[in-house]
Design a binder for this molecule. Structure first.
Ligand code: CDT
Length: 307
C-alpha cells in the first residue's frame, strides 16, 4: 500500500509588535482547525511564530529582549495550541525564540498530538551582531542567537521520518544532505525573509526566486518532501515574502500559498515518490563519493588554494 502523509503549511500574515501571544495563538489555532478540517495530519508554522520578528531591532534592555523568548514550552499562552492539537489529532512544527538558562536559541519543535517529539536549534544564523551603517534594513540574528547545538536530527514520527530547519538554513545544501543521509521523508521549515535586505540593491523579485530555487533543488537532490511556511506581508513597516509551499521529491511545487496573509495550503504527499530517485539517480550508497568531499568539512570559507 502507498505510504501517504497529508501535510499542511500554515502561512502567517504579519505579527506586529503590539500583538500579544494570546492573539497570535488564537490565529494559529484557527489555522490548525482549518488544516485539520481538510484532513491534514501535520502542520508547519513559520519561524519565530509567536511574536514579531524582533531581530530587526538592536534591543539593549535584557528584559525587553527576554520578553520575546519562551522560558518553557508549552507555556501558559501556548498550552491551548498543544491542547487543540491533541484534540484534533494533528502534529505541528512551531518556531520560537528559546531561552535555556541564559542561552538564547532560534528553535523549532515537532509536536505530535500535544507531545513534543523533536527539537531543532537554528545552525545558520544570518545577519550581524551589530547594526550596520547604510543598510536599508537591519538583520541582527547574530546579536540574539547562539549557533544551534543539536545538529540536524531526523525524528521517527508515526507515519514518516521528519527533519527540521529554520529560515536561512534552507539556503544551504549541507542542511538537507545531513538529513538526506538519515533517509528523511519530510523537511519542515519556517521562514521570515524580508524583501529589501540585499546590500547591493538586489532587485525585489530575487528573494522569491531564491526561496523556491533553494527549496526545490534541495527536495529533489535529497529525495524528500519539503513543507515551507512563511511569515509574510508588511510587518513593522518591513515587507516580507510569502510563497509558502509544499515541494515534492521531483523538485516540483505541489501547492503554493497565494496570499501574504494567514493561509493554509495542504497536499496528500506520496512518501514513496522518493523511492524511484533513491534507488536510481540519487542512490547515495552507490553513487556518492565522500572520499572526494573532504573540503566540505575541513574548510569553512572559500580559499583560492587547492586542497
Ligand atoms: N530569518 C532569516 O534567516 N532570514 C534570512 C534573511 C536574509 S539573511 C539576513 C533568510 O535567509 O531568509
Amino acid at each position: 500500500m502507498k505510504r501517504t502523509l497529508h501535510l499542511a503549511v500554515a502561512q502567517m500574515g504579519p505579527i506586529q509588535k503590539n500583538h500579544t501571544r494570546s492573539e497570535v495563538v488564537a490565529r494559529l489555532s484557527e489555522l490548525m482547525r482549518d488544516a485539520a478540517a481538510r484532513g491534514a495530519r501535520w502542520i508547519t508554522f513559520p519561524e519565530l511564530t509567536l511574536t514579531t520578528f524582533f531581530p530587526r531591532w538592536a534591543l539593549e534592555d535584557p528584559a525587553e529582549v527576554h520578553a520575546y523568548f519562551e522560558r518553557e514550552m508549552p507555556g501558559k499562552e501556548t498550552q491551548p495550541l498543544f491542547d487543540l492539537a491533541r484534540k484534533l489529532g494533528v502534529g505541528f512544527y512551531l518556531g520560537y525564540a528559546e531561552l535555556d538558562g541564559d542561552r538564547q536559541f532560534n528553535t523549532s519543535i515537532l509536536v505530535d498530538r500535544g507531545e513534543i517529539i523533536g527539537k531543532y536549534r537554528k545552525i545558520h544564523i544570518p545577519g550581524d551582531a551589530e547594526p550596520q551603517e547604510g543598510y536599508p534594513i537591519q538583520h541582527l540574528e547574530k546579536k540574539y542567537f547562539l549557533v544551534g547545538d543539536l545538529g540536524f536530527p531526523v525524528y521517527e514520527a508515526p507515519e514518516a521520518r521528519i527533519g527540521m530547519c529554520i529560515c536561512n538554513d534552507r539556503r544551504w545544501p549541507e542542511t538537507y544532505r545531513v538529513m538526506g543521509l538519515q533517509s528523511v521523508d519530510v523537511v519542515m521549515v519556517g521562514y521570515n525573509t524580508p524583501i529589501a535586505y540585499g546590500r547591493r540593491g538586489e532587485p525585489a523579485h530575487l528573494p522569491f526566486l531564491h526561496n523556491h530555487l533553494s527549496l526545490q533543488a534541495s527536495a529533489y537532490q535529497n529525495t524528500c518532501w519539503v513543507a515551507a511556511a512563511a511569515k509574510a506581508g508588511v510587518e513593522e513597516g518591513i515587507p516580507m515574502i510569502g510563497g509558502s509551499c509544499i515541494v515534492a521529491p521531483t523538485g516540483e511545487i505541489a501547492v503554493q500559498a497565494l496570499s501574504e496573509d494567514d493561509e493554509v495550503i495542504n497536499y496528500v504527499c506520496d512518501l514513496d515518490m522518493a523511492n524511484g530517485y533513491r534507488s536510481n539517480i540519487f542512490n547515495f550508497a552507490r553513487h556518492r563519493r565522500p572520499e572526494h568531499y573532504q573540503a566540505i568539512v575541513e574548510r569553512v570559507g572559500a580559499e583560492p588554494t587547492s586542497l
